[in-house]
Design a protein around this ligand. Structure first.
Ligand SMILES: [Zn+2]
Length: 114
């Protein structure tokens, strides 16, 4: 589980943003996670709850927005939603034969000052 490390990294970048903007508390943070980011939203939320305890983020809510991951089929070139089609090209039926195009996002896309 690497979500705890990601949490601590998020705290560090949030502290920088808060300092730059003169913000002392945040009511919410929105994290955009791609389906191919290898970060599990549920674990991420759990880690957030544990890691924020006793910090300035103790009352900051973590919101997660998931974005789909697409892949281009190596056999026929078709672009499809990897998760929706269970890693199988809906056009030619090739399984696990694609180049990932997106869905690796793991970034803060919105913060709300308290
Ligand atoms: Zn295909």
């Amino acid at each position: 589980m690497h979500e705890m490390g990601i949490c601590l990294e998020l705290f560090a970048s949030l502290r920088d943003v808060m300092k730059e903007n003169g913000i002392t508390a945040l009511s919410s943070v929105t994290l955009t996670l791609g389906k191919a980011s290898m970060v599990v939203p549920r674990y991420m939320k759990d880690c957030w709850e544990i890691a924020r305890d006793g910090t300035e983020f103790a009352s900051t809510e973590l919101k997660i927005v998931e974005t789909p991951a697409h892949g281009r089929c190596l056999d026929c070139g078709f672009v499809f939603d990897i998760e929706k089609f269970d890693r199988k090209c809906p056009k030619c039926g090739a399984v696990d034969s694609f180049v990932p195009l997106d869905g690796k996002e793991c970034e803060i896309t919105e913060i709300e000052a308290a």
